[in-house]
Ligand binder design. Structure first.
Ligand code: HEM
Length: 533
């Protein structure tokens, strides 16, 4: 089935051995480079000039880069294009120093420098987090002023909100309650696939926009597992508003959302209101009798949100709207990267017949005997081809930009970053370095901007292909690393691989335009990881 909408990627899922139809693409709003640059510029403009001195330097000072020089060589077409073309800024093996609007910015490059940066706990993410929370998520200024202070180490010894939130995130996502959340996700996903099967029995299921399967249906499964089903029951339009907000986030920071009218602001208001409504109802109805042994209950979904709500209630200034903002930021981190990654993992598999066969063989080998939808999940997550596809999706398409502030003079591998400066690093040069990813030369290794999961497969002594990241260690960092790697990375992997396993084992899928999908889907081809909390 071919839709008339020329920019949409549609898909037709039919039960295995049924007759598939055609399809064609839809798109997500474009992440425009000017917007990303705007975020950084906007943030920088709000910063004071650095106050650190260089008196005590016993280290090297990174060489200065000229802004005019950088801009003259850089392409402004897209965020990725900018990073790839600004060679003198992002592609050196040593840091460079740039002065912008009176602020010193040190652009760090080279695997060792970035690894050292991510390990340095005196580089703070708080200023940028505060800026994003306030300007993109609409956190009231009084909360930012009292709970997101510049220093991670306030003089009175109090734990900053950012650190408290981080601790709760980590405790939940890496502990037994996180495992219970993953179980609920598995159960919800299987129920969703069964519903799809019912729908497909006669004619298959058609999506005008294939991404909707992930942005709407998969996100609903994740949210129900995380928050219980009350959030979506109380606000049925939540998913549309959530993704509209998600797609406009950078626009809020650069104020370009104004250009497209009030729709995006209204979507953000409705999302926040929906979360507030859900929190208020959950707080009213949840009690000891509604909570099970894992701490989960039907009103909050997981103990996580209940504990965060109780914690925030104790904090001065955290009224109902502020508590809703805090949770929107988490729901954003939960869904925005992982859902896109799952979408691409499924798309890459379905559009390549050989890859699909290899993945189906792996999935079949992990099926619990006699069960149509039960897999040995640990075995599934260790399958070489499935892992390689997922890793390659993240290498090629998931790019991270880290913006940190030096609270003290910092020594990164012998380079001095003075107190008050900003430190900027991008994972893109490492992800797109042909010396790392095309080691056998372009004859046998396709160029870095081609999707090729074999980059992550190496033969063992018996010639069997194994998933391996040894040769590319330090060059693959979609989840950050060091002191604060993404705490949701295990769940993200489970989500992508289990979703793909269930889809390929139960359905055939015809994606419109086949190989042309890359071009049709230009706007979604690469994305910048978003992890604001
Ligand atoms: C493919 C999917 C994902 C990608 C590419 C991704 C990427 C990232 C990155 C690059 C960071 C910053 C790490 C740093 O500062 O060094 C981050 C942080 C974070 N991510 Fe993810 N993430 C993904 C999925 C998830 C999921 C599924 C969740 C929740 C279950 C999640 C929750 C968070 C949180 C809460 C933080 C902040 C951590 C902190 O401040 O310590 N992420 N993520």
């Amino acid at each position: 089935m071919l839709s008339n909408h020329s920019s949409d990627l549609s898909a037709y899922l039919s039960l295995l051995n049924d007759h598939p139809a055609d399809l064609k693409p839809s798109l997500w709003p474009q992440v425009v480079f000017a917007l990303l640059l705007g975020v950084i510029v906007h943030y920088i403009m709000l910063q004071r000039c650095p106050t650190g001195t260089h008196d005590s330097f016993a280290y090297n000072t990174p060489p200065r880069a000229s802004l005019i020089g950088c801009l003259s060589e850089a392409s402004l077409e897209s965020p990725l294009g900018f990073v790839r073309s600004a060679r003198s800024l992002f592609w050196r093996h040593h840091p460079v120093w740039l002065r912008l609007f009176g602020t010193d910015i040190f652009v760090l490059q080279g695997g060792q420098n970035i690894t050292a940066m991510l390990k340095d706990s005196s580089l703070s993410a708080i200023p940028l987090a505060a800026h994003l929370l306030k300007n993109a998520f609409r956190m009231p200024s009084h909360v930012i002023n009292s709970h997101y202070r510049e220093s991670e180490f306030p003089e009175n010894g109090a734990t900053p909100m950012h650190t408290k939130v981080r601790e709760l995130n980590r405790k939940f996502l890496t502990g037994p309650q996180g495992a219970a959340f993953a179980d609920r996700f598995r159960t919800g996903l299987k129920a969703y696939i069964q519903t799809l099967e019912q729908k497909s029995l006669s004619e298959g299921v058609y999506w005008e926009d294939f991404a909707d399967l992930f942005r709407k249906d998969l996100t609903a499964v994740v949210l129900n597992a995380m928050c219980g089903d009350k959030l979506l029951q109380l606000s049925p339009g939540f998913l549309d508003d959530f993704w509209e907000f998600n797609d406009s986030l950078i626009g809020f920071l650069t104020y370009t959302s104004w250009i497209s009218g009030t729709r995006k602001y209204a979507a953000r208001d409705r999302v926040l209101l929906a979360i507030e409504r859900w929190q208020t109802a959950a707080a009213r109805h949840c009690n000891a009798h509604t909570t099970n042994s894992t701490g989960a209950d039907p009103h909050w979904g997981s103990s996580f949100f209940r504990e965060r709500y109780d914690m925030m209630q104790q904090l001065e200034g955290y009224d109902a709207p502020a508590m809703a903002v805090q949770e929107l930021a988490f729901l954003y981190a939960l869904n925005s990267n992982a859902v896109i990654a799952t979408f691409w993992t499924a798309l890459e598999v379905f559009k390549d017949a050989d890859l699909l066969d290899a993945v189906r063989t792996e999935v079949e080998s992990c099926r619990v005997p006699g069960e149509t939808m039960e897999f040995d999940t640990d075995a599934l997550l260790r399958q070489p081809v499935l892992q390689a596809v997922y890793a390659e999706v993240l290498r090629l398409r998931g790019h991270g930009m880290f913006v940190l502030k030096a609270n003290h003079d910092v020594n990164i591998q012998g380079w001095m970053i003075p107190k008050g400066s900003l430190v900027l690093a991008s994972s893109t040069p490492a992800h797109m370095d042909s010396e790392v990813w095309c080691t056998d030369g372009p004859q046998s290794h396709p160029p870095v901007d081609v999707f090729w999961p074999r980059r992550f497969l190496q033969p063992d002594s018996e010639g069997t292909m194994k998933f391996s990241q040894k040769a590319t260690e330090g060059s693959w960092a979609p989840f950050g690393g060091g002191v604060n790697p993404c705490p949701g990375r295990q769940f993200a992997k489970l989500q992508a691989i289990l979703t793909v396993a269930l889809l390929v084992s139960r359905f055939d899928c015809r994606v419109s335009r086949g190989a042309d999908v890359e071009n049709e889907y230009e706007e979604l081809r690469y994305w910048y990881s978003r992890y604001y909390w």
